[in-house]
Design a protein around this ligand. Sequence first.
Ligand code: ADP
Length: 387
Amino acid sequence: PELNDRFIRVVRPDGSVLYVSDIPNNNSFDPRDVPLLPGPVTKETTHKEMTKRGAKLLVVSDPTPVNGRNYLVEVGISETQINEVLGRFATTLAIGLPVFVAIAVFGGYMLVGRALAPVQEITGAAQEITLHHLDMRLPPINTGDEIEKLSNTLNQMIGRLHRSFQMSSRFTADASHELRTPLTIMRGELENLLLDKTTPPSLAEVLNSLFEETERLSRIVEGLLALSRLDTGEAQMRRTKLDLSELASTTAEQMCLLAEEKKINLTCSTNGRVSVEGDPSKLKQVVVNLLDNAIKYTPAGGEIRVSVESKEGRAQLHVADTGPGIPDGALPHVFDRFYRADEVRSREVEGTGLGLSIVQSICAAHGGTIAVKNLDKGGCCFTVELP
Ligand code: ADP
């Protein structure tokens, strides 16, 4: 007991002390000063005692039978020693607990991050898969768990979507193709009747209106055919390196006459060669459709500006006009198929509502985008961006 500073005492059944330990090393108390428990002790008790010189002890007294009589074995320790141990424990907790919590939080964060990495990969890839990229698939995930199953199921679903989308595009393409020939025949026959001098004027008027409607129908059918061919990927894409500046300025030049007829000033500003890779006839159609709209919707005396520039490694084509602009509510829909803003319908400007959808599909097929915004000073600006 002197080595570990404990107090030990054995008391005979008659109350006299058989053994008491020596003064401990740290000199914190004198074991002989620890008062004896009054009366016979029949069961183990824990009690606090104070020595004559004021040292406090925690003592356990345990009656131990020997030959039928109870000897009292007492073991104790100074309270200052207990407090010291508790103090050290509190310090360890105060320093250790925050470190432990920090390690647990960091470890948890890393583990969750690792577990969710495939989910992030799937999310990123899924965002890339749009209507124009239904042939893309989610990356193979070989985690052997539910995430792998989810990724495979999603891929099968995208495959089914792709097939049904192709079927519906195929149907539109076939239907438009079949409608083309009878429409051409009808237009020819109507034209012949209109040119025939013997046709009475009242009938000619009706025939003229029929001819105009047939032409409109033909434009719709041509637009639908072009769109569905782009959707199914059947549209023949010639991939050549070309100068977008040159393509825009020659197309603008060719359409100048149309603009002049409406007394619209059409200008094109380019700043050197801007190289893009794509199908010249399809990209020309983009410029034609945008200019056609600008000329259609800009009133006489207005202005149309075409410009081409290279920005951050991407080619940009802007077509800005001083027309009425696009109502805010219509802005998100102008690229939808058959969409025409109500105001335009009421002004009876000719159109099918397919022009901008075709432009968007061509841009997407070239890995590009198209956007539109209204300008502060009136009119709107379409921006095509190509790699
Ligand atoms: P549309 O054959 O009607 O011109 P588009 O797909 O080319 O069909 O355009 C869709 C709609 O977008 C048009 O009906 C019109 O409301 C709006 N729009 C397109 N270009 C312009 C423009 N330059 N200025 C104002 N409105 C425009």
